[in-house]
Design a binder for this molecule. Structure first.
Ligand code: ADP
Ligand code: RBF
Ligand code: MG
Length: 185
C-alpha cells in the first residue's frame, strides 16, 4: 500500500499537544531491532491516559528518558515468547547525554498490520544513538502531530523505507520554530 500524502500543519493543532509522563518502557516481541534495524521503546499502555485514545497511526513529538527511580541493578525477565531480556532500568546511560535530555521521536500506535498483533502497542523510535538498551526506564513524551495511518506491506523492506521517511518528516518538522516551542518536558 502506498502512503497517503498527509499535510502537516505549521504548528500543532488540537488535540495536540498530548503529553504523557513517567511511562515504563516494557519488552515487546523484540523484532524492531532484530528484524527491521529500527528499535522501538514499547511502553505500558496501562500507564498512559490520552495517547491510547488517539487513532492508530504514526505520530511525532519530543521524548525525555529517565532512569527508574532508586534502581541499583539490572534484572533478567522473560518476554512473552519465553526469551530472556535484561531490564537495566536506564542504568549505564549517561545523564545529560542519553537521560534527562529532550530528543526527537516518531511513534507507532496500533496493531502493526504487517505483523498482525493482537494487542494495541504504543512504540517510540527515539532519534538518538544509545550505548545500550533501557528496558524498565521511564519516558515522558509529547505527541505533536500525525504523519500517516498504519499500513500493511508486502515486504519488510517497504515497511523499513516508509519508517525512514517518517523519521525524516519527524525530524524536519520538529526543527521548525512552532514545534521547537514544545521541546520541554
Ligand atoms: P521490543 O519488541 O522489546 O520493543 P525492539 O527491538 O523494538 O524490542 O527494541 C526496543 C528496545 O531497544 C527499547 O526498549 C530500548 O531499550 C532499546 N533501544 C535502543 N535504542 C533505541 C532507540 N533509538 N529508540 C528506541 N529504543 C531503543
Ligand atoms: N508497523 C506496521 O505494521 N505498519 C506500519 O505502517 C508501521 N509504521 C511504523 C512507523 C514507525 C515510525 C515506527 C517506529 C513503527 C512502525 N510500525 C509499523 C511498527 C513496526 O512494525 C514495529 O515497530 C515492529 O514490528 C517492532 O515492534
Ligand atoms: Mg519495540
Amino acid at each position: 500500500m502506498t502512503r497517503p500524502d498527509v499535510p502537516i500543519p505549521e504548528s500543532p493543532q488540537p488535540p495536540f499537544p498530548v503529553e504523557e509522563h513517567n511511562v515504563t518502557v516494557i519488552a515487546g516481541f523484540g523484532r524492531g531491532s532484530a528484524e527491521l534495524g529500527i528499535p522501538t521503546a514499547n511502553i505500558s499502555t496501562k500507564e498512559v491516559k490520552q495517547v491510547t485514545q488517539l487513532d492508530p497511526g504514526v505520530y511525532f513529538g519530543w521524548v525525555k528518558l529517565h532512569k527508574k527511580q532508586d534502581a541499583t541493578h539490572s534484572d533478567i525477565k522473560e518476554r512473552e515468547s519465553g526469551k530472556q531480556v535484561e531490564y537495566s532500568y536506564g542504568l549505564g546511560l549517561e545523564e545529560g547525554k542519553d537521560l534527562e535530555v529532550v530528543l526527537p521521536t516518531v511513534m507507532s500506535i496500533g496493531w502493526n498490520p504487517f505483523y498482525g498483533n493482537k494487542e494495541k502497542a504504543i512504540e517510540l523510535h527515539i532519534v538518538h544513538q544509545f550505548p545500550k538498551d533501557f528496558y524498565g526506564a521511564t519516558v515522558c513524551f509529547n505527541v505533536l502531530g500525525y504523519i500517516r495511518p498504519e499500513l500493511n506491506y508486502t515486504t519488510k523492506e517497504a515497511l523499513i523505507k516508509d519508517i525512514q521517511t517518517d523519521i525524516e518528516i519527524g525530524i524536519q518538522t520538529l526543527n521548525t520554530p512552532q514545534y521547537q516551542k514544545y521541546k520541554r518536558l
